[in-house]
Structures are given as structure tokens and as C-alpha cells.
Design a protein around this ligand. Structure first.
Ligand code: CP
Ligand code: NVA
Length: 299
């Protein structure tokens, strides 16, 4: 079964060929229809703008039919076992994309499905986002292994997938944030064992110096309690002063949705170095390439 659950399930060669396909789809060089006659269910346990619309449009462009399944309309919302849901949906659908509250739900779904499952974000990771981000970095900056990426703020699901990407694609990754907010130590240890160059830093100015990518995300992810997050993460706001310490052609990245004035200033996100809308667009192309790969590994 070819699921797409996390980047760490793949080798760099396979992911690079998916990125090459995404670029070819974006340029219009190829327009395959590997999903003709197939139906892909999209289960959402949390809200979404980009993931929902880019998957729905992408599935349609690949010749398939998307089926939107909000968890509040499904029996899982009333307590039906995810394993039973998986077995039933496998009899109707050809693949499932899920945005799950818990990574355990994703794992349970994948274990019990006889059709491919794609991770559209969990509390622990967001691999489709990272494929779009890698496509954006290649377009804007060139070879991934030459880049220095600094992640500012919360070590959340998106940060975790950046760590996996660093291990696979070979760029330097600096994680700038308070110690208590860093990504899980086991994940960082796994990445380092794979040869990743990952630096944990608490000084945001030092972390920004000469970086080619400055990236952040909301300080309060879906499902997080606010607590003291805003005060704790304030020193890691990406502002023009930080951007000026980075490499001259550095780009700013953010998966969106963003809160202007909190994790990033308006000046930066709307400034000339911002790549956020290319990232959002590339969700479509990268996911089409992922879907094509799932249904035919020659893609
Ligand atoms: N970046 C991202 O996944 O956005 P949505 O929550 O809008 O899908
Ligand atoms: N870290 C954010 C990403 C949203 C796309 C969240 O989980 O809410």
C-alpha cells in the first residue's frame, strides 16, 4: 500500500522525483489523468482553506472525483471506531486524505484501510505542506542542500515536518525558540542520526544571521491552549530587523493562515521577500504529484 503519511517514510530520491513531477505539472509540460474514474475521500476533523481546496481542485484536474467528508457529518463524530470507518470507506473509495486531530487517528486509519491514505495535517506533522515548501525553495533559491533555513517560534506539526525535510534534503536547519517549545528530542535525534545539520538556538538574531529562508507559523495551532504562548514566543516574531540579518536574497515562508502582528509583521509577510502565496499555490502542484505517485509509482 502506498500511503503518504510522513516524509520519513520515503527516501530523498523518491521525494525529489515527486518534486520534479510537481514542477512539470505546474509548468504545463505534463497534464496526466491518473485518477480517471477514481474517487478520493477527504476527511476533515479540523478547519482548512488551502488543504481542502487544493486537494479538491487537484483531484479534479487529475481526472478524479473528490468527496468532502466533514467528521461532524460522519459517524466518527458520534464515536464510530475509526477502524470500522476505514474498512467501510475502503469499499467505496480509491484513496483517503485526512486532516486529523490526532496522529493516532491517521495511523489507525492507514492500518485499517485497503486503499492509500494521505496525511493532510495532524497534531504531529504536515508532510504535504513541506512538499509544497520544498518546491517553493527550489523555484526561488535553487538546490535545497545549499540552503540555511531558520524556523522561528513554536516547535509544532509544521516544524516537525521541516526537521524530517532537513534530514532528507540536506539543508541546514536552525530551530529558534525557547527550550520548552522545541520539537520532540527523539525527532531531532532521529534527524541528526540521518546526518541532518540541526541547530537549537534561543537567540533569534543569531539564528537569522546569513539564513536563506526565515520561516514561522502561528503560535497557537488548532487544538492548542493559549496559556503563556504569546508572551513566551514574542522574541521570535519575524520582523524586518530579523530579515535584515539574513542573506540578502533570503525569502520569508509561512504555511498560512498567519496572524499579522503576532508571529510575523505585516511588513515582512507582505514584503518583497515573502514567498507565502507561492507556497500556497504549490500545495496544488505538489499534492497532484503526490496523488499521481500514489496511483502509479512511475510518476
Ligand atoms: N497551510 C494549510 O494547511 O492551510 P489550511 O489550514 O488552510 O489547509
Ligand atoms: N500549525 C498550524 C498549521 C495550520 C496549517 C496548526 O496546526 O493549526
Amino acid at each position: 500500500m502506498r500511503h503518504f503519511l510522513d516524509l520519513s517514510d520515503f527516501d530523498a530520491e523518491r521525494l525529489t522525483s515527486i518534486l520534479d513531477m510537481a514542477a512539470a505539472m505546474k509548468s504545463g509540460a505534463v497534464a496526466p489523468k491518473p485518477l480517471a474514474g477514481k474517487t478520493v475521500g477527504m476527511i476533515f476533523e479540523k478547519p482548512s482553506t488551502r488543504t481542502r481546496v487544493s486537494f479538491e481542485v487537484g483531484i479534479t484536474q487529475l481526472g478524479g472525483t473528490p468527496l468532502m467528508l466533514s467528521s461532524s457529518d460522519l459517524q466518527i463524530g458520534r464515536g464510530e471506531e475509526i477502524s470500522d470507518t476505514a474498512k467501510v470507506l475502503s469499499r467505496y473509495l480509491d484513496a483517503i486524505m485526512i486532516r486529523a486531530l490526532s496522529h493516532k487517528t491517521l495511523a489507525e486509519l492507514a492500518k485499517n484501510c485497503s486503499i492509500p491514505v494521505i496525511n493532510g495535517l495532524t497534531d504531529l506533522s504536515h508532510p504535504c505542506q513541506l512538499m509544497a515548501d520544498m518546491q517553493t525553495m527550489r523555484e526561488r533559491l535553487g538546490p535545497l542542500e545549499n540552503q540555511i533555513v531558520t524556523w522561528f517560534g513554536d516547535g509544532n506539526n509544521v516544524a516537525n515536518s521541516w526537521i524530517e525535510a532537513a534530514a532528507l534534503f540536506g539543508f541546514e536547519l536552525r530551530l529558534a525558540g525557547p527550550e520548552a517549545y522545541h520539537s520532540p528530542a527523539e525527532l531531532i535525534a532521529w534527524a541528526r542520526k540521518k546526518g541532518a545539520n540541526i541547530l537549537l538556538m534561543e537567540d533569534s538574531a543569531e539564528a537569522a544571521r546569513d539564513a536563506t529562508v526565515l520561516v514561522t507559523d502561528v503560535w497557537i495551532s488548532m487544538g492548542d491552549a493559549e496559556g503563556t504562548r504569546v508572551a513566551d514566543l514574542q522574541p521570535y516574531q519575524v520582523n524586518q530587523k530579523l530579515m535584515s540579518l539574513a542573506a540578502p536574497d533570503a525569502i520569508f515562508m509561512h504555511c498560512l493562515p498567519a496572524i499579522r502582528g503576532m508571529e510575523v509583521t505585516t511588513e515582512v509577510i507582505d514584503g518583497r521577500q515573502s514567498a507565502v502565496f507561492d507556497e500556497a499555490e504549490n500545495r496544488l502542484h505538489a499534492q497532484k504529484a503526490i496523488l499521481a505517485h500514489i496511483f502509479d509509482e512511475n510518476f
